[in-house]
Design a protein around this ligand. Sequence first.
Ligand SMILES: [Zn+2]
Length: 423
Amino acid sequence: MKALLRVLLMTMGTVVCAQEFAPLPMELDPLTLDAVPYEPVVEVEEEAGDNEDFADEVSEVLDVPRDQTRVAVLGYHNFSKKAPVSQMLLRTSEFREQMEYLRRAGITVISMKEFLEWRLGTRTLPARCALITLDDGWKSVYTDAFPILKEYGYPFTLFLYTKYLSGRGDSLTPAQVKEMQAHGATVGSHSVSHLYPSSWKKTEKQGPEAYAALIDAELGESQKKLSEMFGPVNTYCFPGGYVTPGMIERISGYGYAAAFTVLPGKVTVSEDPLQIHRYMIFGNDGSVFRRAVDFRASQLGTSVATGASPGTLAPDIPVPPFPVSPQPQETVAPDFPSITAYMNGVSGLDITTVQMKVSGFGVVPAKVDEATRTVQWVLPCRIYMPNISAHVTWKDNNGKARKAEWSFNVDPNAPIQTENPIP
Ligand SMILES: [Zn+2]
């Protein structure tokens, strides 16, 4: 129910400054990765077993040395064939398209066991892998996603919170979980009660003992209870991505080998095992999936070659030739404070000509500091659009028009931040 409440809160948050948003005009088709006009799907017939049509069967993919593997961890929530899509709710047919994309692109879908063995050093994997995770335990995981996962033979991980396992409302039943375990599901913990950051903070204020007790209850007890119900549980997923040093300090004591966040990025063998990156796949924004399955060096933050990429990927937008905040492809909380371009290093810049444009807002009244050549727009309200693009235009001393653009993501589940993230 917490997750449902969160969706409602998100919707309310959007309404607060709804007049400032233009509807998202485009949606990216993850199969072609071309921009196509967005048409809401009314109903989609699910046809099983029609994959023989594809002539591009991928031959067996070979393993590479451990430090050359990159894993895209995909995070899903809720699914529906008909209900309006949202960040948390993905059209079932789009989920199928994404699973098909993984197959056609030759991305190896691995189990949590394989992931952990690779991390520990007892197994090698192909260069490009995906780990499928599904949070909260929505009934639609069983009714909508599971048949598709089974059809493709993809293993997956269910991050469950123990208070949402009754079968009441939209929750899964333990029997459904067990059935999925028999067909490739691994169970991980998503706490006991899926607390909001405000609850954590309230308890933290009561002192270290109370805080430790709550961490024991949420992170420790959920591990015990889920292990009793479903067999050994050794992975954790921070609800809403909210993670604190206090949690990290205690988490290994509960028997967790790995813990997952909601911050996107490819996972390497050397990444911190207790704050593993994940791409949260939004139902109303195909661009996250597109980035998740893009294994080119520019999307990895590394120059390590990782094998061939699917040939259909669109070219990257070049990053701005000056520092910006939020950074390109960074994921921020809905209340990030400002969009800033630090243009001091731009040669021949006529600072009086600078203009900033932000998707959904048009030209914004950005403040230009002529001394530091900083251009900044302070946000008027929280933003829940999943993806925002910012454009900065200017003229150089010869009167030639210049432009830089970048985009970044807003994660509705991210802990609300009060500090300005500008470096
Ligand atoms: Zn959750």
